[in-house]
Design a protein around this ligand. Sequence first.
Ligand code: SF4
Length: 219
Amino acid sequence: EEGSYILVMEGGIPTARRGIFATVGEKNGEPVTVLSRFINLARGSLAIIALGDCATFGGIPAARPNPTGCKGAKDVLEQEKIDVPVINIPGCPPHPDWFVGTVAHILLYGLMSSDDLDELNRPKIFYGQLIHENCPRRPYFDEGKFARKLGEEGCLYELGCKGPFTYADCPLRHWNGGINWVIGAGSPCLGCTEPSFPDLTGPFYKKISHWEKLKPPLK
Ligand code: SF4
């Protein structure tokens, strides 16, 4: 029934050439595009959860030169002038807890309010702090001890770590049932929960060189 369901959107939405680059079957012999299906379902929904970097900010399919005109859900809603609340759960991939926790919150307490979300519509409970704020390698950063190659002790900033401008609770939550996480395994954070991923957060293993385009400033 219209207005009684929450639409969970996964995947980016190609918009170039009226969305023909992604289809979900046929109707009357004509392809049904993801774009048209999303717009129809979004119009009748109570709210939308955009799950993963592609559905939130366009992600890798929207990377330059983006030949399919791929967009995230919120951009398509704005383009179509559809006024439905959106909760963004970015990440490449998003942590399962971020999604399940958001659904559980809605079931227990109702829709998240603007106080529960940050300026990019991400739940603050999961995206409220920088990776850099909770990173166990932070003491190395503060004392200026940087790893010069993978496997070395030290902060991974010089190896391209994007933790200083990436919001997510990976250092506290960990992945794979709490076993480990990317920096714990010795690899820099790629910044995958930010809209600047992957065009500006890349090259992934090069030190950040364009701070002026990235928010927030290094704390
Ligand atoms: S730059 Fe990366 S590795 Fe270094 S302290 Fe910040 S988040 Fe941790």
